[in-house]
Write a protein that binds this ligand. Structure first.
Ligand code: TYM
Length: 342
């Protein structure tokens, strides 16, 4: 079957589950900003329905959704150019997710490493929503016929599943309706690691706040966390090969590269031979220079709650204008009576 030409369209999302980290910024948000431009239509979402697959305090969820919206804008997402909205306000996501729950197989979901990690040993007590999480994620993407999805490395398996769902739907119904989406996992920081343990991902759920840089950290805190970051006693190598088996060194070099829009090789060409005592202050200075304007703009926007709510409402309207006709066509393909005349 020939693949239809789809409009080049980017979709991605972040959970408003509190505490945006440097990992979210470098692995996702900064890339979202880079993809804004004439080449793509860009749609960015606060995935509040995904967030509630684990318990969220209602007041905190509202606060975190607005703070994430402020983060997107402070990082450089222009709400005039990109569509910016929260997932629950576009009901077509949940409606398409139900169809995909009936396309995807239990076995596919059981293989997801995020399910295994998040559900832990007591899977019987995990929410049904957590199990079905990847089908909702596929719906987020495919309800816009998105062609490109920028994410960090940890989302690769979910995007492969999205492709499997699109292919199975197309095959089951004998159509060429959903695009087979391209994951965009690129740049120096697709997997930012913990500052305390180079084998663990930097995460908002790590019990140690010293393991991560939060987008709301002030300059002193950022500098302190970098100063205290775990390293090894050797000097930095001049080439990337020299970072093998040195996960903490590699992580700091990658962070430097991503913040300065360069590559690990370029950074090492500049700093190779330096001790961490010299490199860490350079990194701290760069991090503060790049992150402080974002955190102060976030704080300013958080004082303008009605502006944020208006941006989200307008974004949801624009998103629905794309999503509703695609849901209607999906219902028609599946054979739901009444869909065609609505
Ligand atoms: P979430 O909220 O966990 O993460 C949001 C984005 O941040 C990236 N990320 C990282 N990148 C590099 N290093 C890290 N340490 C790091 N930590 C997080 C994630 O890869 C992600 O891109 N399931 C998604 C949310 C989602 C979504 C979607 C994404 C829902 N529907 C549709 C794309 C398309 C998630 O867990 O986000």
């Amino acid at each position: 079957m020939t693949q239809t030409q789809f409009t080049p369209r980017v979709f991605s999302g972040i959970q408003p589950s509190g505490g945006l980290t440097l990992g979210n910024y470098l692995g996702a948000m900064k890339r979202f900003v880079d993809m804004q431009g004439p080449e793509f239509e860009t749609i960015y979402c606060m995935v509040d329905l995904h967030a509630i697959t684990v318990w969220q305090d209602p007041a905190a969820l509202s606060h975190n959704t607005r703070e994430l919206c402020a983060g997107y804008i402070a990082a450089g997402i222009d709400p005039e150019q990109s569509i910016l909205f929260n997932q629950s306000q576009v009901p077509e996501h949940a409606q398409l997710a139900w169809i995909f729950n009936c396309v995807a197989r239990m076995g596919w979901m059981q293989r997801m490493t995020q399910w295994k990690d998040k559900a832990g040993k007591n899977t019987q007590n995990a929410s049904l929503g957590l199990f079905a999480y990847p089908a909702l994620m596929a719906a987020d993407i495919l309800i816009y016929h998105a062609t490109h999805v920028p994410v960090g490395e940890d989302q690769k398996q979910h995007l492969e599943l999205t492709r499997d769902i699109a292919i199975k739907f197309n095959n089951d119904f004998g159509v060429d309706f959903f695009p087979v989406t391209e994951p965009v996992i690129e740049g120096a920081a697709t997997r930012v690691m913990s500052l305390r343990d180079g084998s663990k991902k930097m995460s908002k759920s790590d019990p140690s706040d010293m393991s991560r840089i939060n987008m709301t950290d002030d300059a002193d805190t950022i500098a302190k966390k970098i100063r205290k970051a775990k390293t090894d006693p050797d000097a930095l190598p001049s080439e990337v090969d020299g970072l093998e088996d040195r996960p903490e060194a590699r992580n700091l070099v990658n962070i430097y590269a991503a913040l300065s829009d360069s590559s690990a090789a370029q950074v090492l060409a500049e700093v190779g031979g330096k001790q961490f005592g010299e490199f860490k202050p350079m990194l701290a200075e760069l991090a503060v220079e790049k992150l402080s304007p974002i955190s102060s703009e976030m704080a300013r926007l958080m004082g303008e709650q009605s502006e944020i709510d208006q941006i989200l409402a307008r974004g949801a309207e624009k998103a629905r204008a794309i999503a509703a006709p695609i849901l209607k066509q999906t219902y028609e393909i599946v054979g739901m009576v009444g869909a065609a005349s609505r």
